[in-house]
Design a protein around this ligand. Structure first.
Ligand code: MGD
Ligand code: MGD
Ligand code: MO
Length: 554
């Protein structure tokens, strides 16, 4: 739940949940099952639609619950988001709905971008995405005439080999409409885990120190070397999706995994098994014996969220205090204490640099960790546990002790000066359906379970409502194959080039014909037996959302 999972997804919400839900005239939710996966914000959006009449456009290959409240549903084929967005921007430009002043004053690269977009005619976009031309026009009109509009997305956008270009194209859309730096607008990636934002903020990424200070900038290296009293590398490290496959290349020899269950959550499980068998030494810091624990040489017992005190930074960059409610059981300790103990053992016998204030790992509580964070991290410079305890609602950047924090980013100016339009062309998914594997499988979550299910499969109440993996399949496909939900032929076998799983079918028009949807909550039918490690070349995020599969009655 913490740690290296931080490499999934990137960036931060430019706006806050309150200003979006309260002030947007329209919402564009693309690739996020918001009511099931972000229920608090999902409820806020639903209320804004019902009680305030805000418009809602949902772009999702599935008819997710949010569609019931939507003004319009664009049901694009998985992996065609670039084309869809180019088509919408094409129509916006044709009708003069762009914000000329914003583009002229705050952006650059517009002409080249426009040239690309003008090649994506509604007809051609409709053919690639299977969204009807009229719906493209309706969506573009809502966007062009309801400002500000807020854009929200999640893993349906980022878990593709085109994850980064997909996100850049959403930024293009918001710059084109002038929806940046204002309440009710912005570009808003909904961050998944309770503290994935905090883990990224505080350096849980291979290319930056805390506060996104790049390791390749000499000045940053000097600052952290002086603070920590140790020589530091200026080389960008590897991501989790590189570290594990590197075992078979002989480049990774040992793993220290905290709060992650790669046997369940990484793509292509058969390959991950081989890697785990091959690694020389594996330390796993966990709450429970997980699927990955079968391969661990040493297990360190971590304490759960309810058993420790510290901060979580949520999806809107808000830093929040969390207090210990119960004592950790047995020998379990908060993760920071385990890490500190390990670090001190490693320091043993080394003389510490006397001028380096944080060389010795001397923390008596997480408040001390925050003092060090504030001293070295401009984004968190004014954050202290005292301020948070007083009830201050701090969203970074918090520039000083008397700075109130920053609810909306990019007001008046982008952080790098001008906003750049990026011309983006279609990048087809790494694997497309063919004769042998004619279906597209997409994967994700259900509301009742959490990822590999180590926590939620231990909760009896949740198992009572959702006890085994269900695979969503369209009624037309099911009828053709003789699959019914209450007859004898209710189980399906789904196979890809990597593996095969068998599970209960859920015959439903939530998915269109030709598509199935599977989750990775149950070890005996995990979608990741089938997925592949095709990565976005920049973010290194796997293409979990598109796999070519074969489906048959089991
Ligand atoms: N209950 C519960 N809540 C969770 C989690 C959990 O495990 N359980 N996990 C948390 C975490 S870490 C995360 S990252 C978030 C994830 O939150 P979300 O990203 O909202 O959830 P996902 O289930 O990954 O699916 C996202 C949506 O993308 C759609 N989709 C599939 N393919 C495509 C495509 O090609 N294009 C587009 N535009 N959409 C597509 C799917 O139909 C789905 O509706 O959820 C968080 N919340
Ligand atoms: N097919 C497919 N695969 C996916 C995705 C998808 O959409 N489709 N989504 C991906 C995404 S976005 C994510 S974020 C990952 C999530 O994948 P993981 O991070 O592997 O999953 P989690 O279940 O969140 O957490 C892993 C473990 O952390 C332990 N844990 C919980 N709290 C603590 C703690 O405080 N300390 C310690 N030490 N351990 C703790 C839990 O017991 C659990 O076993 O899955 C990815 N995998
Ligand atoms: Mo995630």
């Amino acid at each position: 739940m913490a740690g290296l999972a931080a490499s999934f997804g990137s960036g931060a919400m430019s706006n806050s949940m309150d200003d979006i839900a309260g002030q947007a005239q329209a919402f564009f939710v693309i690739g996020s099952n918001t009511t099931e996966q972000h229920p608090v914000f999902g409820t806020m959006l639903r209320r804004a639609v019902r009680f305030r009449g805000a418009k809602l456009i949902v772009a999702d290959p599935r008819r997710i619950d949010l569609v019931d409240f939507a003004t319009l549903h664009l049901q694009q084929k998985p992996g065609t988001d670039i084309v869809l967005l180019n088509g919408l921007m094409h129509i916006i430009l044709q009708n003069g709905w762009e914000d000329e002043r914003f583009i002229a004053e705050r952006c650059e690269g517009f002409e080249e971008f426009k040239e690309t977009v003008m090649r994506y005619t509604p007809q051609m976009v409709s053919e690639t995405t299977s969204v009807p031309v009229e719906k493209l026009h309706q969506a573009a009109e809502i966007m062009g005439t309801h400002k500000p509009m807020a854009v929200m997305w999640a893993m349906g956008i980022t878990q593709h080999i085109s994850g980064v270009p997909n996100v850049l194209n959403l930024a293009n859309l918001q710059m084109l409409l002038g929806n940046m730096g204002i309440p009710g607008g912005g570009v808003n990636p909904l961050r998944g885990q309770n503290n994935v934002q905090g883990a990224c903020d505080l350096g849980g990424l291979p290319n930056v120190y805390p506060g996104y200070q790049k390791v390749t900038v000499a000045e940053h290296n000097r600052k952290f070397e002086a603070a920590w009293g140790a020589p530091l590398s200026d080389k960008i490290g590897a991501t989790v999706t590189e570290i594990i496959p590197d075992i078979l290349e002989g480049k990774t020899h040992a793993l220290y995994i905290l709060g992650e269950d790669p046997l369940m959550s990484d793509p292509d499980t058969a390959h991950i098994r081989k890697c785990m068998e091959a690694v020389d030494f594996l330390v796993l810091q966990e709450l429970f014996p997980s699927e990955t624990s079968h391969y661990a040489d040493v297990m360190l017992p971590g304490a759960s969220f309810a058993e420790k005190t510290g901060t979580f930074t949520n999806t809107e960059r808000r830093i929040q205090m969390v207090h210990k409610a119960v004592d950790p059981p047995g020998e379990a300790l908060p993760d920071w204490k385990i890490i500190t103990r390990l670090a001190k053992r490693m320091l043993h016998g080394r003389t510490l640099s006397p001028d380096a204030p944080y060389a010795g790992w001397e923390y008596s509580s997480t408040a001390d960790v925050m003092i060090e964070t504030a001293a070295l991290t401009p984004l968190y410079a004014g954050v202290t546990h005292e301020r948070l305890e007083r009830g201050e609602r701090l969203q970074w950047p918090v520039k000083a002790l008397d700075h109130p924090g920053t609810p909306i980013l990019h007001v008046g100016q982008f952080s790098r000066g001008k906003g750049i339009f990026h011309p983006i062309d279609h990048i087809p998914p790494a694997e497309e359906p063919d004769e042998d594997y004619p279906f597209v499988m997409s994967t994700g979550r259900v509301i009742y379970h959490w990822h590999g299910g180590q926590m939620t499969r231990r909760a009896q109440g949740l198992l009572e409502v959702y006890s085994e993996a269900l695979i969503e399949i369209n009624p037309d496909d099911a009828a053709r194959m003789g699959i019914t939900t209450n007859g004898s032929a209710q189980r399906v076998r789904v196979s890809s080039r990597r593996g095969s799983i068998e599970a209960q079918a859920w015959v439903t028009d939530r998915v269109p014909p030709g598509m199935v949807y599977a989750n990775f909550h149950f070890p005996d039918a995990s979608a990741n037996e089938l997925t592949q490690a095709a990565l976005d070349p920049v973010a290194k995020i796997p293409e979990y959302k598109v796999t070519a599969v074969h489906v048959e009655p089991a």
